[in-house]
Design a protein around this ligand. Structure first.
Ligand code: PGA
Length: 237
């Protein structure tokens, strides 16, 4: 697989564990170089081994700010489906992260909650490192197709594909249909992006994302123009 942009760095590892170690090293390097880094933190299954590996290494994260990437609308942190809860269990708590910027998912004014989250990111000076997973439909966070590079932080209605792919995580509970997501604009403005991809089921979408045209139908394709490192296992390549 040949990435189209000189800015994209594709690192292929033999196994998912090797992916976790490589990705953890990149995150560790970031926080060593800038202890008060702002990190955009994806949940989902893919980055979990990376976060576990980081927790094993325990780099100093007390000055880091973890920024929530997405959340279901109207879901409190005590709900098992809360993505904030997932980020807390897998990332901020085990790693001793000192600062967190989160969505107010219980707000009666979701537009205002999104504007506030985006303003919070801008106040931090933007995102130093965006840690991302790749949706089977090419979404980033909950920037569902179609989302172009200027899509802002906003409330969204989840696509049928995302409802389907997230259903096993929450069964027998239903996947909420609405969510809040950091926009493509802020993700693509990150000083660095780290996309973690594992498994044969991601191979087709990873290929299109790296080699196909940039298109709102595959939001992750805009990462071709971002300062991007992809860490993927052989199965995904
Ligand atoms: P996954 O989710 O890591 O659980 O595959 C990725 C995503 O939907 O963004």
């Amino acid at each position: 697989m040949t990435p189209p942009s000189g800015r994209v760095n594709l690192l292929v590892c033999d196994t998912p564990q090797a992916v976790a170690e490589r990705a953890a090293s990149l995150i560790e390097r970031q926080v060593r170089a800038k202890p008060d880094s702002s990190l955009l933190v994806a949940t989902g299954n893919t980055p979990m081994p990376t976060y576990a590996e980081l927790a094993r290494r325990k780099p100093k994260m007390s000055e880091v700010c973890a920024i929530q990437l997405d959340e279901y609308l109207g879901v409190s942190e005590h709900d098992p489906r809360s993505l904030y809860g997932w980020m807390e269990r897998s990332f901020t708590r085990p790693l001793g992260v000192g600062r967190v910027l989160r969505f107010d998912a219980m707000s009666a004014r979701p537009d205002a909650a999104c504007a506030e989250h985006a303003a919070g990111i801008r106040t931090l000076g933007g995102i130093d490192l965006a840690i991302l997973g790749l949706g089977p439909n090419g979404h980033l966070g909950f920037n569902e197709p179609p989302s172009d590079a200027s899509a802002p932080t906003r409330p969204v209605v989840l696509s049928a594909a995302s409802l389907l792919s997230n259903a096993p995580y929450w069964a027998p509970l239903a996947v909420p249909r609405q969510a809040l997501t950091v926009g493509m604009d802020l993700i693509l403005a990150a000083r660095a992006c780290l996309l973690i991809v594992t498994g044969e089921h991601k191979r087709e979408v990873l290929g299109r994302m790296l080699e196909g045209p940039r298109t709102p139908q595959l939001p992750a394709s805009y990462l071709q123009d971002a300062p991007l490192t992809v860490v993927a296992d052989r199965a995904a390549c």
